[in-house]
Design a protein around this ligand. Structure first.
Ligand SMILES: NC(=O)c1ccc[n+]([C@@H]2O[C@H](COP(=O)([O-])OP(=O)(O)OC[C@H]3O[C@@H](n4cnc5c(N)ncnc54)[C@H](OP(=O)(O)O)[C@@H]3O)[C@@H](O)[C@H]2O)c1
Length: 310
């Protein structure tokens, strides 16, 4: 990309798993990158990018965010910041609303004030429990819907265009989140038994590189003026598998007998047994990394890094 055509992105949630991968990809593709973080955010996972990017520490106010967006003047805002809670407790309410509704609304307001009209928002398939038009699995997914309700106002009163990518499960190397493969790693390494549910729920897993690609394609769509309103797309593999099968595949590829205690835990309240199937696929995007290939890549990468660090 030549300097005079260099595009500018603002990314929220860049210290997270998906946002971190997106940040690396944008920088490698020549984008001028600004990230918005919290005072408590750990920048270590982004250490090698820091000399090349602009880091803005948000103090929580709308006024400061307006300054950040005004000064960065982004072509596209990639909004991935979110507090994820599978199940909430009363003490989580303020933080959940602050991260998933207030911050997202402040960001949109700042975009409008700065004349920036291309937003990629991140939703979840969990807004659609049992294939509902809107039926939240939990309060986290309800908070995602609440922000989309705020967006409707901005779309009606400004030139804002948005793409909401609704993610399913995501995976890849060095995932710090307490997701399936993170839990299985010590089980494989140490043979420590793990209590799980009966494992019949279907899981729709998309490899991290494919997820990042969906964000890039959505950005192109916005910049090409092809988006109207808030378009919603499902970033789905289209091939969900039962949890038990996923564990079998992982065990086979890592070459270990996994001592899983199936049925030792109850299913969660409103466990998603069959993921949302009614989402539209983003035009020009399809998952390229097949599940076995993705898991093998993940294991290979983690084994290599483990050897280097020893
Ligand atoms: N399975 C999935 O992967 C999945 C499924 C559906 C939807 N999603 C959505 O995809 C997006 C990325 O997910 P992820 O798994 O990569 O997330 P993650 O690893 O949990 O990271 C969350 C990010 O959001 C930031 N954040 C939280 N509250 C914030 C606030 N108030 N102000 C600024 N930043 C804040 C965090 O900053 P700190 O570093 O300071 O904590 C972190 O960078 C999220 O919107 C998530 O809801 C993910």
């Amino acid at each position: 990309m030549s300097e005079n055509k260099r595009r500018t992105a603002v990314v929220s949630g860049a210290t997270g798993f998906i946002g971190g991968h997106l940040a690396h990809t944008l920088v490698n593709a020549g984008w001028n990158l600004h990230i918005i973080v919290q005072p408590k955010s750990d920048l270590k996972p982004l250490a090698e990018l820091l000399p090349e990017i602009h880091v803005h520490i948000h103090d929580g106010s709308t006024a400061q965010l307006m300054g950040i967006i005004g000064d960065s003047s982004p072509d596209v805002v990639f909004h991935l910041a979110s507090l994820f809670l599978a199940q909430h407790s009363p003490s989580n309410i303020e933080q959940l609303v602050r991260s998933n509704v207030t911050f997202a609304t402040q960001l949109t307001e700042a975009m409008i004030q700065a004349g920036c009209h291309c937003l990629i928002n991140t939703g979840t398939s969990w807004q659609h429990y049992e294939n509902g038009e809107y039926n939240p699995v939990n309060l986290y997914s309800a908070s995602k819907q609440a922000f989309e309700a705020m967006l409707i106002y901005y779309l009606a009163t400004s030139p804002l265009k948005a793409v909401t990518l609704k993610l399913f499960d995501t995976y890849g190397p060095n995932d710090p989140r307490p997701k399936l493969f993170t839990l299985l790693r010590p089980v494989a390494a140490e043979g420590k038994p793990l209590a799980m549910s009966a494992g019949k729920q279907l899981i729709d897993l998309v490899y991290i590189d494919d997820v990042v690609q969906a964000y890039l394609i959505a950005a192109e769509r916005l910049l090409a003026g092809q988006v109207s309103g808030n378009e919603h797309y499902a970033v789905s593999s289209g091939r969900p598998l039962p949890l038990r099968d996923l564990v079998d595949i992982y065990g086979r590829l890592i070459g270990a007998e996994l001592p899983i205690e199936w049925g030792a835990r109850e299913y969660r309240q409103r466990e998603v047994m069959i993921p949302w199937q009614k989402g539209k696929r983003l035009p020009g995007w399809q998952p390229e990394v097949e599940l076995t290939e993705g898991i093998a890549r993940m294991i290979l990468q983690e084994t290599k890094e483990c050897r280097i660090n020893q």
